[in-house]
Design a protein around this ligand. Structure first.
Ligand code: ATP
Ligand code: PRP
Ligand code: MG
Length: 289
């Protein structure tokens, strides 16, 4: 789709700082968009692609999109839900994966039910409040901006609810997880709820999906005796269906199929054992599926 001079640029919010910022900018670059070279730039227009990028705090992005000030944005699922903004997830972006969990001093036998009447420190009171309300647990939420793991030691809370990636921060604070994860989070693309999707969103989403496929899939080529091609194709069914082409060598075919990067070495072993030869794997630089 050619950017039209009549169509306003699609306004996209991108995290300017924090855990999601570098990976979001990298993914947009891989999707063929211009990105800022200097982290003091607040807005960057990519006229060739009909998009304008606004670099904002990830926590604020759902608010701008929910208010309709910006068309779409990249933020964390935990931040979207915490904000209660009128915006919805349109795609998961496969980075920034975390869990949102309760934790308390080790060895104290906590449970979600036992949180009734306690003080819970968190930077995500919207998310935790909804979770507890759904379970009929009445607790006092202490809103902190960050470093919530210190809140128990410092006496302002009995338990915490926070983002966990490796769990190192919690362990260092002498805390232990309890209860089921409140949420599995990752970076997501969001758009305003109930609106006709803005022009250009489809193209952005398709490009980002192309980056995910290029990262997660590889192209596999191999040669095999024609009578074994069906069994080989069952190992490499591809995205839609493998391409099978005749070879100059009588009774042999060349097969080409997309294969998930994870597990591709095992598939190569299985193909080799079946009789395939010249098994090659190449990266996919870009794609539209
Ligand atoms: N290791 C991590 N630590 C914290 N958040 C992470 C991590 N990996 C991914 N995330 C995600 O990044 C988002 C949090 O972003 P960020 O840490 O930038 O926000 P913040 O804590 O409010 O800001 P800051 O830490 O700059 O004050 C959440 O969606 C969270 O799930
Ligand atoms: O499980 P881990 O790998 O230890 O990562 C999780 C920690 O990282 C985040 O903190 P951040 O660095 O964003 O600081 P903040 O608490 O001030 O937001 C989060 O709030 C946890 O404290
Ligand atoms: Mg943080």
């Amino acid at each position: 789709m050619e950017p039209s001079p009549d169509r306003p640029l699609l306004r996209v919010a991108v995290p300017n700082k924090g855990s999601l910022s570098d990976a979001a900018i990298q993914m947009l670059r891989e999707a063929g968009y211009r990105q800022r070279g200097d982290n003091k730039e607040l807005i960057l227009a990519d006229d060739a692609n009909g998009v304008e990028f606004y670099y904002l705090r990830p926590r604020d992005i759902a608010v701008y999109v929910g208010e309709g000030t910006l068309d779409v944005g990249i933020t964390g699922r935990d931040m979207l839900l915490d904000s209660r903004a009128a915006a919805d997830e349109t795609a998961a972006l496969g980075f920034g994966g975390t869990r949102f969990r309760f934790a308390a001093p080790a060895g104290q036998d906590w449970s979600v039910e036992r949180l009734a009447g306690s003080r819970i420190a968190t930077s995500y009171p919207g998310l935790v409040g909804s979770y507890l309300a759904d379970r009929g647990v009445d607790a006092r939420l202490i809103k902190l901006d960050g470093a919530v793991e210190s809140a128990i030691r410092l006496g302002v809370a009995d338990a915490v609810a926070d983002v966990v990636e490796t769990g190192t921060t919690l362990r260092r604070a002498g805390l232990e997880l309890f209860g089921e994860p409140i949420l599995e989070s990752e970076a997501i693309l969001i758009a305003r709820r109930g609106e006709v999707p803005p022009a250009g969103l489809d193209q952005l989403a398709r490009r980002l999906d192309g980056v995910l496929v290029a990262r997660n899939w590889v192209m596999m080529d191999y040669d095999i005796a024609a009578e074994l091609a069906d069994r080989a194709a069952a190992l490499t069914p591809g995205f839609e269906s493998p391409t099978v082409s005749p070879l100059a060598r009588e009774g042999w075919v060349a097969v080409r199929a997309m294969v998930r990067r994870e597990g591709s070495q095992l598939i190569m072993d299985q193909l080799y054992a079946l009789g395939a030869r010249a098994i090659l794997v190449t990266d996919i630089a870009a794609c539209r599926i």
